[in-house]
Design a protein around this ligand. Structure first.
Ligand code: RIB
Ligand code: CA
Length: 313
């Protein structure tokens, strides 16, 4: 299978970090053109710094990292230090980055990269609020035919929300951007809470990370151990859900997932349900399907894939 050209849009974030490491560990299948950061879990300067540190941790300092938007399209920025810690990568004691961000704005680089590509040739992997992707589409709609598909972590329906009772964080932070992206007409694959809440980290897996005996394994173990505490307290579950790496796992092994092609719309008017992903799962409206909405995962296969690939770094 020829390698898939991808752009990762991200707000690291410990779970983003595992997704980035998984992508960097899979150069046979994934041609990572660049990473674009956005404000989300923590402010932009931190998500950008974190992305640089992760590429160096993976011994891929040549990876291009671009800073994108510092706030949502319309609403004020909401961050999640209560989950990810002050740095966004609490739990890993990573050295300061020695590499620098690219000079170009992430949205402009995304537009330039897409416009110079073949039609249907680049997959955009979204681990974060969709501000950058929406901004690129608004600024240069001619990029749309270049996008092969958008694979995004976000949303939730049967599971409800994780930042409000009805909204998942990535959508809630920038619901207007999500609304723009979901209406863009290009193929969209969603990894919502309905699937990520079935990917709960087990102690044995975490210990497998530690037993890799590498800088990557140690950092991943530290980050995940810190990161899962919030969800363990909140959900009382047997492990914390691992969200963003599902996007990359879908590119590597789509057979790990199951879902349905349905209509998904975003609430952008009611403050009570702002950012809710309204999923027509039972096809009760005449709204056209626009999203492959995943709700099943082979969790054992997912976690084994991550462990196997991270052992290569
Ligand atoms: O709701 C989970 C999502 O919000 C993940 O992308 C996590 O990193 C946070 O950004
Ligand atoms: Ca994220």
């Amino acid at each position: 299978m020829s390698s898939q050209k991808i752009i990762i849009d991200t707000d690291p974030g410990q779970d983003d970090a595992i997704g980035i490491l998984l992508a960097l560990a899979s150069p046979e299948e994934l041609d990572l053109l660049g990473i674009v950061t956005v404000a989300g879990n923590v402010p932009l300067e931190l998500t950008s710094r974190n992305a640089l540190m992760l590429c160096e941790l993976a011994k891929k300092p040549e990876t291009k990292v671009f800073a994108g938007c510092s706030r949502p399209l319309v609403r004020p920025l909401v961050t999640a230090e209560h989950v990810h810690g002050k740095t966004g990568l609490d739990g890993a004691d990573l050295p300061d980055p020695t590499t620098s961000l690219q000079k170009q704005h992430g949205v402009d680089w995304t537009i330039e990269t897409l416009l110079s590509a073949e039609d249907n040739s680049i997959t955009i992997c979204c681990f974060a609020p969709l501000t950058n992707v929406a901004m690129a589409m608004i600024k240069a709609p001619e990029i749309l035919p270049k996008i092969n598909r958008i694979v995004m972590m976000g949303g939730g329906y049967f599971e409800g929300g994780n930042i409000t009772p009805t909204a998942e964080f990535n959508i809630y932070v920038d619901p207007h951007a999500a609304n723009t992206v979901l209406r863009c007409g290009r193929p969209i694959v969603m990894m919502p809470l309905d699937v990520t809440h079935k990917a709960l980290m087990q102690r044995k897996w975490l210990e497998g990370l530690r037993d890799l005996g590498s800088a990557v394994g140690d950092a991943a173990y530290g980050m995940m151990s810190f990161y899962e505490r919030f969800d363990l307290e909140k959900y009382g579950s047997s492990g914390g859900p691992l969200h963003d790496p599902t996007v990359i796992a879908y590119l590597l092994k789509p057979e790990l997932f199951e879902g349905r092609y349905v209509n998904v719309e975003i609430e952008i008017h009611s403050e009570l349900t702002m950012g809710m992903t309204v999923v027509d799962w039972w096809n009760v409206t005449d709204r056209q399907p626009n999203v492959t909405y995943n709700n099943q995962i082979n969790a054992d296969g997912f976690f084994q894939l991550i462990l196997d690939r991270l052992s290569l770094l």
